[in-house]
Design a protein around this ligand. Sequence first.
Ligand code: PBG
Ligand code: ZN
Length: 318
Amino acid sequence: MTSISSILHSGYHHPTSRQWQSGNVLRKVSLMYPIFITDDPNAADEIKSLPGQKRWGINKLQGFLKPLVEKGLSSVILFGVPLKVERDSTGTLADDPNGPVIQGVKLIRKEFPDLFVACDVCLCEYTDHGHCASIARIAEVAVAYAKAGAHCVAPSDMMDGRIKAIKERLIEAGISHRVCLMSYSAKFATTCFYGPFRDAAQSAPTFGDRKCYQLPPNASGLARRAIRRDLTEGADIIMVKPGMPYLDVVKDAKLQSPDVPIAVYQVSGEYAMIWRAAEAGVFELKTAVMESMEGFLRAGATLILSYYTPLLLEWLEN
Ligand code: PBG
Ligand code: ZN
């Protein structure tokens, strides 16, 4: 006879009881959609390495977002991609009042008052050298995005001390109570998994690499220290990035900081990898994407940044 304690199947025999095995459930509000906005107002450019995603011009934004908002899109994160204007050493274009991000924030706030708008804050998309420094400039840009109406600023540069610098500038500006600070705390250095993004944003460094500021992929200790540091400096949400190869780091973050929302970024390379595999017939897209989401939730993520958001919103309908 089977021993009583060996029977596990009984707990998940039915499709409904299988759903009860999850601690954390995927809801539409769990998803944040990364969007590229460029400086050609009429752009709707395909991005070869990110199939299905485009660089949008400001005039195309409303038409693109409307059906998604109707399907339940609740948050976006904006990335600016200047392609027409020359980049310089300080990233002047990042907080240009007529630049794509500030214009994009204003438009989204006006047209979609319920949509939560986050802005990635970094300089690599705007500097001629393609590096992400410095914290004074990062803080200045963050405050400009917040003043334009961003609900959230998310520095992805990985400079030491940036969270404190941004927080102080937000306090000075009298807007710290309304601006959520999401820190890319555990952001690992990877050229492969960020590759399609760097193509989309034309933001690959023109010399060197980012290994001295993004974390070494083997560094779970540094990730924990960076998370602890960023929370002390005033971060409201912490992020782990990339996602799938770093689920242990997500779990660590959750155990270490159970009281803070943990975000995970399913980055461009992960998106492309799943897409291309499905295209090649390795597996079915929806099943694979859903399983990747289950992994993030199981590890402890509250918020998932994913280029699959539009498809997920559709899949979550049924
Ligand atoms: C900018 C930034 C990057 C990503 C988000 N913000 C690229 C990088 O650091 O090289 C990657 C996102 C993705 O790959 O989807 N610092
Ligand atoms: Zn950067």
